[in-house]
Design a protein around this ligand. Structure first.
Ligand code: PXG
Length: 454
């Protein structure tokens, strides 16, 4: 353990002795000790050593309206006093869940007017899988079970979520994916496009969907699920040709389309949903994260009216969670959506801060380590390479992790996915804070380059 501060050491001891951390090497974490985050305000975090850190990841892609908004604390406390819990089972309901369903329908793409609530994005995708299969069974096509997903997509960490996701390192643990889930290549031109132009590669990657539908047989395919922009996979913005070609394929075959909006939803792209940004027409959308700005756990599945019309004929849907539509979470989500709407936060992202961030980030293209800068809205990725022209990586150096550590040490949270650095700051980040983010990022790229040369 690294800290000399007794309070930090005490918390690190608790971590060692009692806590199993998500997505972590337990043994390694014990040796190093976690950084303890104690408080936050706006786009900044503070750790137990008193360091101020610019949160370039909005927590885990979720703190849309920034930290420290009293209104959300108030909404939670008021709801806890009034009705801290009741469920939505057995023909009961409560006002916050119903009002939230309406508020989501108001901002969702046209014709998506119903919401099934869950406690997380993973549960949203589990719900999706069961609802898709139920839907086709009601329609008399029970064989339409297979869900097509993408390699390096991320859809959660439950058994269904991790199976839908295309992370091989997750599949390796626990015999995943479960049957009935198949994967097609991702539209990651920088990493996998070879000699093709981005648009040629986008068409090729989209055509993989059609090939997979034909291989599995359209009578066996229930749905295609995809993130409008892959987040956890490394902020993979598809080539411009990709979504239009996918839309053509979806129009040709009778399968459902599920947009996983857990990261893109609630303003990340400068539109309410990534589906709005790309003009997609999903049958279902998974939501979480920005729904409550992460102040409290909540997720859900937004469902198109035509799909609901079929479900209405199917009797009981035997699925639900104790905390589906939890009243306190719903009250917080309602207040979060009110703030996003009334303060025109998403409009400001689109008109002002997203163009500014994208312009400033692209200035990093002149850095010797940078092979590509890409991004949309308040999502950004910086590819670290050894050779700009050939896009060749440094082999076996762990450049991304080196850079991430420099960022941490210099007051910036920027994540590494392999050798891709990624950012997704809170939607309320100002231009001045963007300047700080970009200059810290440049400094850390310089430090990384020196470390590689030294
Ligand atoms: N879909 C997408 C697109 C996500 O990004 C989930 C579903 C699952 O949501 P829950 O609420 O069950 O976590 C996510 C979550 C990372 C990272 O390393 C990303 C997520 C979760 C954990 C780590 O970037 N995204």
């Amino acid at each position: 353990m690294t800290s000399n501060n007794p309070q930090t050491r005490e918390w690190q001891t608790l971590s060692n002795e009692h806590h199993l951390a998500p997505f972590s090497d337990f043994k390694q974490l014990k040796e190093k000790g976690p950084r303890i985050i104690t408080n936050a305000e706006g786009v900044y975090l503070w750790d137990s050593e008193g360091n101020k850190i610019l949160d370039g990841m909005a927590g885990l892609w979720c703190v849309a309206i920034g930290y420290g908004r009293e209104e959300l604390a108030e909404a939670a406390s008021k709801q806890m006093r009034e009705l801290p819990y009741y469920n939505l089972f057995f023909q009961t309901a409560h006002p916050p869940a119903l009002e939230l369903a309406k508020a989501i329908a108001d901002v969702a793409p046209q014709g998506m007017n119903h919401v099934f609530f869950t406690g997380s994005g993973s549960e949203g995708n589990d719900t999706m899988l069961r609802m898709v299969r139920h839907y086709w069974a009601i329609k008399g096509q029970p064989k339409k079970k297979t869900i097509i997903s993408r390699v390096n997509g991320y859809h959660g960490s439950t058994v269904a979520g991790a199976s839908l996701g295309g992370m091989t390192y997750m599949h390796e643990q626990g015999d995943l994916p479960i049957p009935g889930i198949v994967h097609i290549p991702q539209p990651y031109w920088f990493g996998e496009g070879g000699d093709m132009t981005p648009d040629e590669f986008g068409i090729w990657a989209a055509n993989q969907l059609e090939e997979k539908i034909l291989e599995v047989g359209v009578d066996n395919v229930g749905a295609f699920i995809a993130e409008p922009i892959q987040g956890a996979g490394g902020v993979i913005v598809p080539p411009e040709s990709y979504w239009p070609r996918i839309k053509e394929i979806l129009a040709k075959y009778d399968i459902l389309f599920v947009a996983d909006e857990v990261i893109c939803g609630f303003g990340r792209t400068g539109e309410w949903f990534g589906s709005d940004f790309y003009g997609l027409k999903p049958d279902m959308m998974t939501i979480a994260k920005g729904l409550t700005s992460g102040y409290i756990p909540m997720g859900g599945l937004v469902v198109r009216d035509e799909v609901v019309a079929v479900l209405n004929e199917g009797g009981d849907f035997n699925h639900g969670f104790t905390y589906s539509g939890h009243p306190v979470a719903a009250a917080v989500a309602l207040e979060n959506i009110r703030i996003l709407r009334d303060e025109k936060i998403i409009e400001r992202v689109k008109a002002e801060t997203a163009p500014y961030l994208q312009k400033r980030l692209r200035e990093l293209n002149d850095h010797p380590l940078v092979g590509e800068v890409r991004g949309v809205g308040l999502l950004g990725a910086i590819e670290l390479v050894q050779d700009k022209a050939t896009r060749a990586r440094y082999v076996g150096k762990g450049v991304g992790m080196i850079c991430r550590q420099f960022c941490f040490d210099n007051g910036l949270i920027m994540r590494a996915v392999g050798d891709t650095m990624i950012i997704a700051p809170p939607l309320v980040i100002t231009k001045e804070e963007i300047d700080e983010l970009v200059s810290k990022a440049r400094k850390c790229l310089d430090l990384t380059l020196s470390a590689l040369q030294g």
